[in-house]
Design a protein around this ligand. Structure first.
Ligand SMILES: [Zn+2]
Length: 156
C-alpha cells in the first residue's frame, strides 16, 4: 500500500500498490496525448482508500494538452461498484512529457466537481501523472474539498 499524507489535514489517501502501475500502462497507450479516467474507492473515517483506476470512457477526447473525460458507461459501472460499497472518489489524468502539477483549469474543474450536488462527492482526489517512459514518470496527488486544495505527499 502507498500512503499519502498532507500537512494541512489529518486525512490519509491510501493507494493499492498496482494502481500507479495501472495508470502508467494507460498513459503508455496514448503516448503524446492526454488521457485519464476516474478513481474508485471508499472513505473510512480519515482514510480514503483508492482501490481501482478506470481508464478513459469511449467518448473521451484525447489531445496533446487537453483531455475531456467522457461519461459513456460510467453510470452503469458506478451502480455496480455502489453495490459493493465503492464509489467515485476522484479523477486521474496524464500530462505527457510534462509536469504532473495541476493546471489552473485542472484546479477549477476539481473545485467544480467537489461542489456538484449531483455527483455527491464533496472530497475529490486528483492524481496526475507526468513525464514519460524515457524521462521518468512523476505523480502528484491532491485533494479538493470546501473550495480548498491540499497537496499530498507519499510517506513510504
Ligand atoms: Zn491537467
Amino acid at each position: 500500500m502507498l500512503i499519502f499524507k498532507s500537512e494541512d489535514t489529518n486525512l490519509e489517501i491510501i493507494l493499492d500498490n498496482p494502481l500507479l502501475k495501472n495508470i502508467l500502462e494507460e498513459c503508455s497507450k496514448f503516448k503524446d496525448l492526454e488521457t485519464g479516467g476516474i478513481l474508485i474507492g471508499a472513505y473510512f473515517d480519515n482514510r480514503a482508500i483508492v482501490s481501482e483506476i478506470i481508464g478513459p470512457p469511449a467518448d473521451s477526447i484525447h489531445e496533446p494538452c487537453d483531455f475531456y473525460r467522457g461519461t459513456a458507461g460510467l453510470n452503469e459501472l458506478l451502480d455496480e461498484k455502489w453495490k459493493q460499497g465503492e464509489f467515485l472518489v476522484g479523477e486521474w489524468h496524464y500530462h505527457p512529457n510534462n509536469s504532473p502539477e495541476p493546471s489552473p483549469i485542472d484546479d477549477a474543474t476539481m473545485h467544480e466537481f467537489s461542489q456538484d450536488e449531483k455527483l455527491n462527492c464533496h472530497e475529490i482526489i486528483q492524481i496526475i501523472a507526468g513525464g514519460n517512459e524515457s524521462m521518468g514518470w512523476e505523480f502528484s496527488v491532491h485533494l479538493y474539498m470546501n473550495n480548498q486544495k491540499f497537496k499530498f505527499k507519499q510517506q513510504n
